[in-house]
Ligand binder design. Sequence first.
Ligand SMILES: [Zn+2]
Length: 335
Amino acid sequence: MKAAAYYGPRDVRVGEVAKPGLERGDVLLRVRACGICGSDLHTYRHGLFEDLGVPVEAGGRVMGHEFSGEVVEINGEAAGVKVGDRVCTVGMGGNAEYYRVPAMMSVALLPIPEGISFEEAATTEPLATSLHAVNLAAPADGETHVIIGAGIIGLGALQVLKATTSVRTIVVDISDRRLEVARQLGADVTVNAGREDPLQKIVELTGPEHMSFMPVMTGRADTVYDCAGLPLDYTGTPVLQQAITMTKENGKVVVVSIFEKPPELEINLLVRKGITLYGSWAWSFDEFRHALELIGSGKVDRKPLITHTFPLDRASEAYETQLKAEEAVKVLILP
Ligand SMILES: [Zn+2]
């Protein structure tokens, strides 16, 4: 079968690899759509997390953990699954024509709701990641939540907030295209951080607060999500520092992004304000299921987030396109 494997930074190539064999109870999927994740990009760009993915004989690794497909073969039986089912699931190695679901993982095969495409279903995993971040924040009605970084995770957090709460949402990014999508998805306010100082703007929007012992005016957002992280080549005030400054006393900051280097932080502000800082990684399986339900019920529409699709043969181009934050939100490979 054909698969796209990662061999080193900026080096993804398509080649022939062995089609997976099935043991008793295993299920074979014909992969139909697989998203390129922000975490894949840290690998693709800089070689971080290189041990992710499924090794192939030629020395590379098949990445891709956001995928959907069709059941084409079952060795024996797998409870609740039959050949022809359209499913989405969790695992690694989706940048390939076929994917073997081990017998013990067949319980994690979720049927794709009627009317939902393979492409949309492939975005369930990142939506579950967004949902987990929002669940950590436990939003209450009437609050103001700020999302910094309007990539698939930030926009997904916006979608979850819009679908399940009535909080006021403010989205910050430097891409007009992404902010346009945020407005389309119902963001109450968008801020282009390339043109306005996001900190000043959020302080203005949430009501400035002067805190004793602290030299800066601070905002009063209830929760701020750092969906931007810290790229290696970033200079200036880390987004996380801005997030801490925007947040109200006893508010929450949820970090759902990867830092490619350690940030320099004025941590006294976090201490003085009594902020709760959450690290948000992945999701529980219940959250994964809930994410698919949100898509299936139509409460969350993922179509506006899918900006590009490429056949497997053009996987390298797909990765290069996902790097272009100004143009791309979610790039899918259709093996
Ligand atoms: Zn992912």
